[in-house]
Design a protein around this ligand. Structure first.
Ligand SMILES: [Zn+2]
Length: 220
């Protein structure tokens, strides 16, 4: 290969690589992935038990979803094995009911067997104990393993050809890329496009926040 041919070949390969990179990032099917670490959503009454009368959440940083934030306040979670997960973040704003979201690995460590549920569906979920600086709270139910889901607005839903509560199959890209089943579509105009996986799913697929996913198709 002479110099001119070599340079042309290198140029061709560089251009191909650049175009491939550009087409991946511009692919309208790409959905950014956010990893949900174990956390707590809290009611006003329960926050008072843990942090004292009249206590309000102190925003620490905004989350990607509009209006949601990580609070400065944290709690310890305790289960029947008498082991604790400390420093578990409370997410705001406050909710009507307290909800504890853990991974299956967390649940095994605590000695719980929580069901996989969409957020807010707490009927028959696991009992759990929360410890704050001012008090302790034992809930008869409230701990779940959050289901896999994708937040999107209604325009995104139309673009993907899906509706609120559809279950879809989603491929997570990467060296240990995986196809996840039973991913719930959560379509609402205030949502920003983002797939939420827990730390077990994230670790299984070797990804961190900012990874990319794409919908392969509907499941029902
Ligand atoms: Zn979510």
């Amino acid at each position: 290969m002479d110099d001119k041919t070599l340079i042309e070949e290198i140029t061709r390969r560089v251009l191909a690589a650049v175009q491939e990179g550009a087409s991946i990032s511009q692919d309208p099917r790409i959905i950014p992935v956010g990893i949900s670490v174990r956390h707590v959503h809290i009611s006003a009454a329960d926050l008072e038990v843990l942090y004292g009368p009249g206590h309000q959440l102190t925003p620490l940083r905004d989350l990607y979803q509009e209006g949601e934030f990580a609070a400065k306040e944290r709690v310890a979670l305790v289960g029947p094995k008498m082991r604790a997960l400390e420093g578990v973040r409370i997410l705001g704003p406050m909710r009507q009911r307290t909800q504890v979201e853990v991974s299956r690995t967390d649940a095994v460590y605590l000695g719980l067997n929580p069901p996989v549920r969409p957020s807010g569906n707490l009927e028959g979920s696991s009992p759990i104990t929360l410890v704050g600086p001012k008090g302790t709270l034992t809930l008869p139910e409230g701990a779940i393993v959050a289901n896999r889901h994708i937040h999107m607005n209604l325009a995104d839903a139309q673009r993907f050809g899906v509706s609120d509560n559809d279950l879809v199959q989603v491929e997570v890209l990467g060296e240990k890329g995986l196809i996840f089943n039973n991913v719930q579509v959560r379509a609402k105009d205030s949502f920003r496009l983002e797939m939420h996986l827990d730390t077990d799913d994230a670790n299984a697929s070797g990804i961190t926040t900012g990874a990319q996913a794409r919908i392969l198709g509907k499941q029902r």
